[in-house]
Design a protein around this ligand. Sequence first.
Ligand SMILES: O=P(O)(O)OC[C@@H](O)[C@@H](O)c1c[nH]c2ccccc12
Length: 264
Amino acid sequence: MNDILAKILDTKRTEVATARQMRSESEVLREAQSRQDIRGFARAIEDKIAQGKPGVIAEIKRASPSKGVIREDFRPADIAASYACHGAACLSVLTDVQYFQGGYDHLRQARAACSLPVLRKDFLIDPYQVIHARALGADCILLIAAALAPAQMRELETVAADLGMDVLVEVHDREELDAALSLNTPLVGINNRNLRTFETRLETTLAMLKDVPAGKRVVTESGILLPEDADRMREYGVQAFLVGEAFMRAPDPGTALHELFFAR
Ligand SMILES: O=P(O)(O)OC[C@@H](O)[C@@H](O)c1c[nH]c2ccccc12
């Protein structure tokens, strides 16, 4: 497996080992537990949908391995404030440094600039990272089914739940969906992008929809670029969206959010 996902996961194993040496898990846990500021992530999405609006998770990312640098003028606090005032339900902030040019400060600054719940967008493989997510202020974590065994996902979900965080579990095919459905979380992200090849097809979401039981909330992820893309998803009953690039390339990300979802 010399694909990009495998490479990223190797990097993460090294990162976790280094982080543990710098600061013990019990110390990070104390910091995480001392925070009393959790914001309901799944709740915020459901509230939007109950109001007849799309539940938009608006992403803050400077670069990606498939696209390189996406946004030069990168100020997380300004972007977060713009998203918040244009109707985002939640934020997603990349914290991976090496592949996405993200950072812990991006999450801290974005969250401090608004009152939206925040997803830590990273490749989580170890309880240490989940605990650290809450210490940073995250309200939700991402679990990527392509990167984790089912038992590992369940373990990380339990760690997140114990800290009051929500979980977004991400899948790309049927087998991953089966594993994801063994979790408690209602939030199931269907990634239209294959993390191994970067191929992006909106049909990925549409084809898997019928296999997601009632009671789960589908979030369509990646490659939503045009109002037509959002409309197409809505025709199929998809009401929650995770969008990055379309907003990051626009002069004002929040205005782009408005145009993609609310302009007609
Ligand atoms: O920028 P896009 O195509 O709108 O996609 C956003 C989001 O779905 C994408 O960044 C993403 C989905 N799953 C991930 C896992 C890791 C890193 C990034 C991602």
